[in-house]
Design a binder for this molecule. Structure first.
Ligand code: 6PG
Length: 246
């Protein structure tokens, strides 16, 4: 089951729906457990969603002091680097909303090499979710994007981390980028209560058709492997990215 797919005429209507879902899922989690754990996606697509959440339209719809932010993946760059997913979220979401430091869990890419940074992140996750290295953390919500090559988080085609079944987070060498990335693994992604993909733009159309309608080949199209074991999967797609869907 590829989950539910909703197609929107443009990114504005897609973001409005996504922001409403974010608030709905968040308030439900806060109501049930007093806090809301969310893993943010990086790249460029979610930037406008983050600034919408921080806007007058949404900023008063949830108690931000009870929202705890993680990152589905991160580049091996300093947090102030223009390519940092943390920096993009800080500029568009954390700073405008004045989210307290203690509510933000970023990958320590400035202090540590990728391996210790991954271990440090695992410790943070196990501590926050009170798991003991046996079961996987269960995020209330994970936001994901999809690359034009069908990757998601930093789980790229034919990369090592695609087959990780034990670690909750790891580092991942990406040949095509000639770079190492940091990423949550599929067992962690698929243990989430809610996963929302945000996919927009003409350049994603071919990969989206393969992921949603093509043959199951997750080595080639890793986003196919996102299947929450016990959770909701929702694809929010704009008309351009959905152009080739049947
Ligand atoms: C990252 C992201 C990545 C992203 C896709 C889509 O670190 O780049 O987490 O998985 O979601 O690459 O990126 P765009 O939204 O920029 O197209």
């Amino acid at each position: 089951m590829a989950g539910e797919i909703k197609i929107f005429p443009d990114i504005e209507s897609l973001n409005n729906f996504a922001a409403e879902k974010f608030v709905e899922i968040g308030n439900e989690a806060i109501g049930l457990r007093g806090k809301f754990s969310v893993a943010l996606s990086g790249g460029s697509t979610p930037k406008s969603l983050y600034s919408l959440l921080a806007s007058d339209k949404f900023k008063d719809k949830i108690d931000w002091s009870k929202v705890f932010f993680f990152f589905g993946d991160e580049r091996d760059v300093d947090p102030g680097d223009e390519n940092s997913n943390f920096r993009m979220a800080r500029e568009n979401l954390f700073a405008p909303l004045q989210i307290p430091e203690e509510n933000i869990f970023r990958w320590q890419t400035d202090f540590l090499d990728v391996m210790p940074a991954a271990v440090d992140y695992i410790w943070n996750l196990e501590d926050f979710f009170e798991t003991d290295g046996i079961e996987f953390p269960r995020f209330d919500l994970i936001l994901l994007g999809m690359g034009a090559d069908g990757h998601t988080a930093s789980l790229f085609p034919f990369s090592e981390a695609l087959n990780e079944t034990e670690l909750i987070a790891t580092f991942n060498w990406v040949e095509r980028l000639n770079a190492t990335r940091l990423t949550l693994t599929f067992p962690t992604l698929n243990n989430a209560a809610n996963i929302i993909f945000l996919v927009a733009g003409e350049e994603k159309a071919a990969a989206l058709r393969e992921v949603l309608e093509g043959e199951y080949d997750p080595e080639k199209f890793p986003a196919q492997k996102v299947k929450p074991v016990n959770g909701n999967l929702l694809w929010l797609v704009d008309a351009e990215a959905a152009r080739l869907l049947q």
